[in-house]
Write a protein that binds this ligand. Structure first.
Ligand SMILES: [Zn+2]
Ligand SMILES: [Zn+2]
Length: 105
């Protein structure tokens, strides 16, 4: 069985949720302001997902020396974990932690 393939792709984008201008670092595809993401990857970085739905951050979990964020696609309902980035807004992280009460996953 093949593991996920990571591809580094640097791209800037405008957050479709809050309108912030985000400069990509090649790994992050979520907005550091509102932390919403977009359903564009099948494997991280491949941009091969045709869904293109907005992904809502629904839960936060400590992960190694940082956090990971659980995203749920508003369009197809897929959920996945993604690492948080150092530039992510900490207040927003805390807010998601407060409302994300689902202990499963
Ligand atoms: Zn945003
Ligand atoms: Zn989707």
């Amino acid at each position: 069985m093949e593991g996920p393939k990571f591809q580094r792709r640097i791209e800037d984008f405008i957050c479709e949720h809050c309108g912030a201008e985000v400069s990509g670092d090649g790994f992050t595809n979520h907005c550091p302001v509102c932390l919403w993401s977009k359903h564009v990857d099948v494997n991280p970085g491949d941009r091969a997902e045709p869904c293109q739905g907005l992904m809502e951050p629904v839960a936060i979990q400590p992960h190694k020396d940082s956090y990971r964020i659980r995203f749920r696609c508003q369009k197809c309902g897929e959920e996945r974990w993604n690492k948080s980035a150092p530039q992510d807004d900490f207040e927003t992280l805390l807010e998601i932690a407060r409302k994300g009460a689902d202990p499963s996953g």
